[in-house]
Design a protein around this ligand. Structure first.
Ligand SMILES: *[C@@H]1O[C@H](CO)[C@@H](O)[C@H](O)[C@H]1NC(C)=O
Ligand SMILES: *[C@@H]1O[C@H](CO)[C@@H](O)[C@H](O)[C@H]1NC(C)=O
Ligand SMILES: *[C@@H]1O[C@H](CO)[C@@H](O)[C@H](O)[C@H]1NC(C)=O
Ligand SMILES: *[C@@H]1O[C@H](CO)[C@@H](O)[C@H](O)[C@H]1NC(C)=O
Length: 222
């Protein structure tokens, strides 16, 4: 009896432990429909059960159930905190472990993929990031700047092109030979690189996304 009780306690403890573990859903980009070979393109890694955003226009919340990840997208405008309530603009369900193609898989309006990548969907305890990538990382709802408390991140393989969804204005994401992140885009002033490295820092009104005392971001090449 005592033995059984011990086992029961161990099982309950494990269940609690698993539930309190932070998990991420990963969308790893590929250019072929089998998701094989070198991963290339724009990838995402996002904390489950947390309202997140990459731009000021859309928030997302991802949840997982057996073998599936479901998400809901909400329209917002210049909010101070990410809010995921009310009626969702879109919802979608994908299978974990599958290689999927979907034009709706683009979570950042400021850097929309120009190609329809295939994504390998996985769930992990740490964000999944390709090496040799340009990385934009966000840390929401944390009390201090801590790279280990990533809420959501986005990564681009070298020389990946993207467009701003609303204007279709293109830009490309690079890591220099010395691993400095830069974007390359053209304006009426001409075309050129802009170096964009940012150590973990608080988001403010000139930053790419939300304005909140508890929001941080960083930009780097790994
Ligand atoms: C967000 O929406 C506004 C209004 O439609 C638009 O001007 C802005 O460019 C959008 N932001 C991004 C990052 O696409
Ligand atoms: C991108 O822009 C189109 C056209 O404005 C819009 O319908 C779509 O919802 C946008 N995508 C996202 C993810 O916001
Ligand atoms: C990325 O591509 C650019 C242009 O092709 C190249 O100059 C640079 O060395 C590449 N960066 C890395 C880290 O390989
Ligand atoms: C906002 O952040 C940028 C980039 O980190 C920094 O250069 C700027 O001084 C900040 N502005 C304010 C008002 O804090």
């Amino acid at each position: 009896m005592r033995f059984l009780l011990t086992i029961l306690v161990v099982i309950i403890f494990n269940i609690l432990n698993v539930q309190s573990q932070i998990q991420y859903v990963n969308f790893q980009p590929f250019t072929n429909s089998k998701c094989t070979g070198t991963s290339q393109g724009i990838g995402y890694s996002i904390q489950l059960d947390t309202c997140t955003t990459y731009d000021k226009n859309n928030t997302y919340i991802f949840t997982s159930s057996t073998n599936q990840v479901k998400w809901a997208q909400y329209s917002v405008s210049n909010v101070v905190d990410p809010v995921c309530s009310g009626s969702a603009k879109t919802t979608q369900t994908v299978s974990i472990g599958k290689c999927i193609q979907n034009t709706n898989i683009a979570f950042d309006d400021s850097s929309f993929p120009v190609y329809k990548y295939y994504y390998k969907v996985s769930v992990s305890n740490q964000p999944l990031v390709n090496s040799n990538s340009y990385i934009k990382s966000f840390m929401y709802n944390v009390g201090s700047c801590n790279e280990n408390e990533v809420t959501n991140l986005q990564y681009f393989s070298n020389a990946t092109k993207a467009v701003e969804n609303s204007t279709q204005k293109p830009s490309s994401y690079y890591c220099s030979g010395s691993n400095e992140p830069y974007t390359y885009y053209c304006s009426i002033w001409g075309c050129g690189p802009t170096y964009t490295a940012a150590n973990c820092q608080q988001i403010n009104s000139t930053s790419p996304t939300l304005i909140n005392n508890n929001n941080y971001y960083s930009v780097f090449c790994n």
